[in-house]
Design a protein around this ligand. Structure first.
Ligand code: SF4
Length: 360
């Protein structure tokens, strides 16, 4: 089936029923949203210079990451890997190095695999279903890429969109998690989608959620769709009601072992499912020793989804001549050349000057 035929089939299957909130007039809503987006959208680099490849990279980078954080990474990435071909040909080390600090490295690996699959495909993907056959592409990303870069009428439904839809219809139902909420609101998102300009419509919804209909402090008085919203006067910040997992605290001990301008680091095995091949400060178990007693030289806490990770860093020495294969003495001046897990690079950069001062 050629792309135009696919498009027609998809348009004919779009739901024609109105959204459950009777106050929403579909055409008026689409127009109010489009007019607002035309004049208020942020000038993001994948919008000012739109191209399929740039959309794909931006969508994968934006997963789990704030736009402001990813912008410098996106610019650097485009210089080093300007298209699918250059990314497909790059060694994995270079790809991971350019992702260093963004976290969730499976996205970088998937993007790399995706580029290799894409250049090898004779027939390029053009529908959400075809995009979903490529590595790292779920329903949300597939709808985003095909609508934004290929004008395919698929509605994207992420946390921003769920929040707007729940508030528009003042939906106070409690959901057991994000997945259930996304499933429940997908028909409404499809109903509201503007099939003539699906990419702009989807981006406008995401932009509205990111800048106006925000989680804790929705700016209803300046909202372009205020007249369609049933919760504006009814504490919209409470919506959507999604049960959150209880926070779990995890404690991890790390070792700071620096000797003769070298630091001892642990390299995560290439077979690991997370952070494979990256370096980090070792744990006592990596050296087969007990956690040193005494006050740690630093303590850092970070949060990953529902986990609160508290890491204590202990200064330590080793006379162990036979270190395991995963432990490596790295020259301090070579640290920039290796891929360090993001927080570990920050900690090392903070602690090295203190270490140098202590020696004086
Ligand atoms: Fe969100 Fe307020 Fe706009 Fe409703 S009026 S969509 S709650 S910002």
């Amino acid at each position: 089936m050629i792309a135009n035929e696919k498009l027609k089939v998809r348009r004919n299957t779009l739901p024609s029923r109105p959204m459950s909130a009777p106050s929403v007039n579909r055409q008026q809503f689409q127009k109010a949203l489009a007019d607002w987006y035309d004049t208020n959208q942020r000038a993001l680099p994948w919008r000012t210079q739109p191209r399929l490849y740039r959309t794909v990279v931006s969508e994968l980078m934006a997963q789990q990451t704030r736009i402001a954080t990813m912008l410098p990474y996106f610019e650097r990435w485009m210089i080093r890997f300007p298209d699918f071909e250059s990314l497909a040909q790059a060694p994995e080390d270079a790809v991971l190095k350019h992702w260093e600090g963004l976290g969730y490295y499976s996205r970088a690996r998937n993007l790399h695999k995706l580029a290799r699959s894409y250049v090898a495909l004779e027939t390029k993907p053009g529908t959400p279903e075809e995009w979903q056959a490529l590595p790292g592409i779920g329903p949300y990303t597939a709808a985003a890429i095909s609508s934004i870069a290929q004008n395919y009428p698929a509605a994207v439904v992420d946390g921003n969109v769920v929040r707007i839809l729940a508030r528009l219809e003042d939906n106070r139902r409690e959901f057991s998690g994000n997945a259930e909420a996304v499933k429940a609101f997908t028909p409404n998102a499809e109903t509201l989608l503007n099939p003539e300009k699906p990419g702009d419509h989807n981006q406008a919804m995401m932009e509205l959620g990111a800048t106006i209909c925000t989680k804790h402090n929705p700016l209803c008085t300046v909202c372009p769709v205020l007249q369609h919203c049933r919760s504006a006067a009814n504490d919209p910040a409470e919506l959507p009601k999604i049960r959150r997992k209880a926070t779990e605290t995890v404690e991890i001990d790390r070792l700071w072992i620096v000797c003769s301008e070298k630091i001892l680091l642990h390299r995560i095995p290439l077979t690991a499912t997370q952070l494979a091949g990256q370096y980090e400060l070792p744990r006592p178990a990596d050296l087969g020793i007990q956690t040193p007693t005494g006050k740690p030289i630093a303590q850092r806490t970070r949060a990953i989804t529902h986990r609160r990770i508290r890491e204590k860093i202990h200064a330590c020495k080793t006379d162990n001549k036979k270190l395991s294969d995963t432990l490596h003495w790295i020259e301090i001046k070579e640290l920039d050349a290796i891929t360090l897990s993001g927080p570990h690079r920050r900690w090392i950069e903070e602690l090295l000057p203190k270490h140098a001062q202590a020696k004086v």
